[in-house]
Design a protein around this ligand. Structure first.
Ligand SMILES: [Zn+2]
Ligand SMILES: [Zn+2]
Length: 143
């Protein structure tokens, strides 16, 4: 799902596409990775100067609530990314390193869940978190 499709979904959900909302969506869309709220604020202000901090934070929460953005725990706080299809990865809780996974063990599960729940399932997130080899080594040196 790109920024334009997201804007259409926002409108379909009954929300006006204000310049502030558009700036936040485009900031997330262009980054192509998770952004901390203060990074979203900086990028959105480049398009829409004078944009308030509270507006940006509120917009991020709205997008998450509508399922258009995904809040992800990261070292240093929640980060956001646009929800674009499936997400599979390993994440290090120590340094934030990410390793994308190219396998999906959930294919059959999606169809079963859709059938059982009646949901129209648009995607899924499969995240394994822990400590990367570097962080494990660092920790074992401290002891
Ligand atoms: Zn690490
Ligand atoms: Zn998958």
């Amino acid at each position: 799902m790109d920024a334009r499709q997201l804007e259409e979904k926002l409108r379909a959900a009954g929300y006006r596409l204000t310049p502030a909302r558009r700036a936040v969506i485009q900031a997330l869309g262009e980054a192509g990775r998770e952004l901390a709220p203060r990074e979203v604020l900086a990028a959105a202000r480049a398009r829409c100067p004078g944009l308030g901090r509270a507006t940006v934070y509120r917009t991020l929460r709205l997008l998450a609530q509508l399922g258009l953005a995904l809040p992800l725990p990261a070292p240093g706080g929640i980060r956001y990314r646009l929800l674009a299809g499936d997400l599979h990865r390993l994440v290090c809780r120590g340094c934030g390193a990410q390793l994308p996974l190219d396998l999906c063990p959930a294919r059959g599960l999606t169809a079963r869940l859709a059938e059982r729940s009646g949901y129209l399932i648009a995607g899924h997130v499969l995240e394994f978190y822990g400590l990367c080899p570097d962080c494990q080594r660092r920790l074992s040196c401290v002891e």
